[in-house]
Design a protein around this ligand. Structure first.
Ligand SMILES: [Zn+2]
Length: 304
């Protein structure tokens, strides 16, 4: 293989490190639990050291990490993990340690941003309207990334779409479980909130259970709010919860109800269903990290 890149998708509970190139199955990969930073990073480095012995030497590394993370390249703390309840990780120089040990250029972003990058790249390749493209993951947490004019939106730090406030469903007495905001979107609708509200893991609730109508109601509210802000051409809904049978269709119905035809071209549930799509790319967070690695090799544009 002429060109080889390294990619890491670091999630809240597991990390995947891989070698390969965008658009192809990785040639080598490992899945490890996300434990302490020392343990996790040393296992990642062990994987790359092993690969090097097999002649697999990447040109650059891309990291898509759980947040919060310092992704603004002009920040002195670029590449660090932000303030997180995850033990030991706050302030970890994730990108810096790996760049120093591997001695290759490193690209660093959040996992939802790398997923958005992968989805936009693939949608472009297939000629699908995707500017802007909003990527949302609904799983153990709720997060989102936005691609606009081919760029990942960073802003002051990076978006925290999962922590927006929503109107409560009139019949929902659950108090919410976000440690910061209690009843934000994630606190009401991510996997742990479903389990806490119904005292049953989501996987054990049938697709006909009332939990999923309420879930669709909350997902749709967040989606409709974001659609009002960014007017997306494509909204990719990923994450394990979106695998529940019929959930995507219910979300399309509720987004149409909430938006009341106010967004041009998105009046009916079928209009919404046409842009509320599942991911095109397998493991988009990891796939996007390969793209980020390739970008890290490109010379930086001069700021005049
Ligand atoms: Zn929150």
């Amino acid at each position: 293989m002429a060109e080889l890149f390294a990619a890491i998708e670091a999630g809240g509970t597991k990390c995947i490190a891989a070698l390969g190139i965008w658009g192809q199955k990785p040639v080598k990969r490992i899945r490890i639990p996300t434990s302490s930073p020392i343990q996790t990073i040393s296992e990642i480095l062990g994987f790359f050291a092993e690969a090097k012995k097999e002649g697999l030497a990447p040109l650059a590394l891309g990291i898509g990490t759980f947040g919060p993370a310092v992704v603004n390249p002009s920040s002195v703390n670029w590449g660090h993990i932000g303030s997180t309840p995850k033990p030991g990780w706050s302030g970890t120089d994730f990108a810096g340690i790996l760049a120093q040990k591997l001695r290759i250029p490193v690209g660093f972003d959040t996992d939802v941003n790398t997923a958005a990058l992968a989805e936009e790249t693939e949608a472009m390749r297939q000629g699908m309207p995707c500017d802007p493209l909003l990527y949302l993951t609904i799983g153990t947490g709720i997060g989102g990334g936005l691609m606009t004019a081919g760029n990942i939106l960073h802003g002051l730090s990076h978006p925290e779409m999962g922590h927006m406030r929503l109107a409560r469903h009139p019949d929902d007495q659950y108090e919410g479980n976000c440690p910061y905001h209690r009843d934000c979107w994630e606190g009401l609708a991510a996997g742990p909130a479903i389990e806490d509200r119904w005292k049953t893991r989501g996987e054990q609730l049938s697709s006909e259970h009332a939990a999923w109508d309420l879930e669709a109601w909350y997902i749709a509210q967040g989606v409709a709010n974001l659609a009002m802000v960014v007017s997306p051409q494509r909204i990719v809904l990923g994450g394990g919860i979106m695998d529940v049978k019929g959930l995507r269709e219910r979300v399309a119905i509720y987004t149409a109800t909430f938006s009341k035809g106010y967004l041009s071209g998105l009046e009916s549930p079928s209009d919404w269903a046409s842009i509320l799509v599942p991911p095109l790319v397998e493991e988009p967070g990891l796939a996007g990290a390969f793209l980020l690695a390739a970008k890290a090799l490109q010379p930086k544009a001069k700021v005049s």
